[in-house]
Design a protein around this ligand. Sequence first.
Ligand code: B4P
Length: 181
Amino acid sequence: MNIIILGAPGSGKGTQSAQLIQHFHLTHLSTGDMLRAEVAANSDLGQQAQAVMAKGQLVSDEIIIAMIAQRLSENGALFDGFPRTLAQAQALDTLLAGKSQQIDCVIHLQVENEEIITRMLARGRADDEESIIRQRLTVYTEQTAPLIAYYQEQGKLHSIQGSGEVSAISQQIIDVINARQ
Ligand code: B4P
């Protein structure tokens, strides 16, 4: 089973992924976590990525797709924060088709922008400064939100209200995934 968790920055993708990988025993593939690990290791890729992330922009499709391609397994995965562009989504479809797999279900977490800003200011990660958060929300609208229609047309999209108790949101997602199996 391959599942994507899609949503604006701060919508709770990482938070919900932590619950879902335990419940469904999936491999967690978070491109944000991978990039932060590269930054922490001060690798060439990390140095490149840090500058881009600090501005609230997306790291290049080429780098991201290569990172994911290296980590795909035969057992299915939970994709967290990936894909974020149409090019990434199409590349993922091609990579999975090469393994006779496909995306089974896309969970779209919906949260109002003002709640997102409040959450992220409270989190206080390096890229959680208000002007950067607003930039990331603009990038989301322009480059990532088109994926909602992409997966809707394939009949794979499930939109879930992402505000409220974390455990109640997790349960709704689990119910949606179980209903598709
Ligand atoms: P990510 O690491 O993907 O992070 P995110 O979108 O900021 O956060 P997420 O939605 O996971 O929120 P979280 O659960 O932590 O991306 C970081 C950067 O990496 C991007 O800006 C980009 O530069 C780069 N990048 C990553 N993937 C890329 C790709 N594919 N292509 C190009 N570039 C890429 O939740 C946020 C906060 O809300 C937390 O403090 C949490 O505790 C809180 N929260 C969660 N659920 C809540 C709830 N229900 N109620 C109240 N608070 C809640």
